[in-house]
Design a protein around this ligand. Structure first.
Ligand SMILES: [Zn+2]
Length: 323
């Protein structure tokens, strides 16, 4: 598939002549492009912190630090001439509109991470639709453009919440990136395709970008980011994503990160083990790891790659979540 000829214009690219999903066209020939994505939320939104009683001063600090860390990400992406996708909470758009504006102005994609990080299994179809609508309105009010991509908090689109696919499609979203095809205690749809596919809810379907995984024998190993990015040795992680890229020619490899992962000096949440270790191990190295990970690979915004893929819809695998 040629992704090259169907990119959408972006608002502020400095390198208009070059398709912006290609950072280094000479490198990695034959490999699938990567999508680097960031879930923009305060550090205390993490699942491990659910139910913690934190004082408002600490919450305020996390909000400020999220901004500073996102600004570091924007600088690093600019330095490496990469356009990325930012899944942003509606509440962040409301409290921090200048941050959404900065992301958008730099030519990155602004997508939705829901309103206030409620996981879908705690919602009904009706409350989910309200949550989604609120977040889309908050983001669109700032960018003046339709928001076309969505990622559920904590990858909470699973079989039980298959109705979410119908709502995303009927609200005009063009793609979703919430289905992790792994076994996990909190999320995951084991057996779902590992490369982009059309996911069917009860009535409608939408393009799905699953986070990157690697197949090792019968095991599907998550390598797309988050804790896995910090816990696995850096060189191992880079080799693994390159292997995924070369074995999935012309498919996109979705990576995901959070601003707080690049803020080594933040005050620690009062977490118990093993959550404390899982959350903070390797965080001091995250910035240099990210710089190395971004270097020399082809990247594109999710929406541009989605649009290119959807021109050849029939070539995509189809998968029903509702069965
Ligand atoms: Zn999140």
């Amino acid at each position: 598939m040629s992704l090259k000829h169907s990119v959408r214009p972006i608002s502020a690219a400095s390198d208009q002549a070059r398709p912006h999903y290609i950072a280094h066209p000479s490198k990695q020939k034959g490999a699938a492009p990567f999508i680097v994505s960031f879930d923009v939320e305060e550090h205390d939104r993490i699942e491990a912190a659910a139910g913690l009683d934190l004082d408002s001063n600490l919450r305020g600090q996390y909000s400020q630090r999220m901004t500073a860390s996102t600004e570091w990400i924007l600088e690093e992406l600019e330095r490496q001439e990469i356009r990325a996708t930012f899944f942003i909470l509606g509440t962040v758009a409301r409290s921090n509109p200048h941050l959404v504006r900065a992301v958008h102005r730099a030519g990155h994609e602004v997508a939705s991470h829901g309103w206030d990080h409620q996981r879908l299994h705690r919602m009904t179809p009706e409350t989910f639709q309200d949550d989604l609508r609120l977040s889309l309105d908050a983001l669109q009010d700032i960018t003046g453009e339709p928001v076309l991509g969505y990622r559920a908090p904590t990858f909470s689109v699973v079989r039980k919440t298959a109705w979410a696919i119908d709502i995303l499609a009927s609200c005009g979203l063009r793609y979703d990136s919430s289905i992790y095809p792994i076994h996990h205690d909190r999320y995951g749809v084991p057996g779902a395709p590992r490369t982009p596919f059309l996911v069917r809810g009860e009535r409608h379907e939408i393009l799905e970008f699953p986070p990157a995984t690697l197949q090792i024998g019968r095991l599907t190993v998550p390598i797309g980011g988050g804790g896995y990015f910090r816990l696995l040795p850096g060189a191992w992680m880079r080799r693994a994503i390159d292997q995924a890229s070369f074995s999935n020619q012309n498919q996109a490899i979705m990576l995901y990160f959070h601003p707080w992962e690049f803020d080594p000096d933040q005050p620690r949440l009062p977490l118990r083990q093993p959550n404390r270790l899982r959350t903070y191990m390797g965080i001091a190295r995250s910035r240099s790891r990210m710089a190395a990970l971004l270097s020399g690979r082809r990247f594109g915004r999710a929406i541009d790659i989605a649009d290119a893929m959807l021109t050849r819809r029939n070539a995509l695998a189809s998968y029903s979540l509702a069965d």
